[in-house]
Design a protein around this ligand. Sequence first.
Ligand code: RB5
Length: 144
Amino acid sequence: MEKIAVASDHGGFELKEIIIGYLFSKDVEVIDCGTDSPVSVDYPLFGKKCAEMVASGKADRGIVVCGSGIGISIAANKVKGIRCALCTSVEMAKLSRQHNNANMLALGGRLTETTLALEILEAWLNTEFEGGRHKNRTDMLDEM
Ligand code: RB5
């Protein structure tokens, strides 16, 4: 069973809870890295925690949510081995898997409406990396 780590700050808390419900319905093992309420917290801590679960192999992939998706994706991308893609459309979600082999997805809880967020999530979960010429490039990212 695939293991997916999920984290948010307060701005992404509501969407994170919806995402967790969705993942349970898809028979995915969820590792909830917090936050646990809508009380204000610092997104770098939660982005880092989730990214470290993925980088260490404790989780296969990760999903992070903050208000815009920007701050928490920046935090996740600071962790070596992480390729976190902030996606605002289904096409971006597919491309982030096909070309970038994104191992983390970031979403903006305050900017992306829930139905679209779940469509993005579904596309991201179900799209495979194309490899080939893209592999050299993702290897280059991983060297940085
Ligand atoms: C929190 O107010 C907000 O700044 C945060 O959720 C996120 O949008 C940062 O990038």
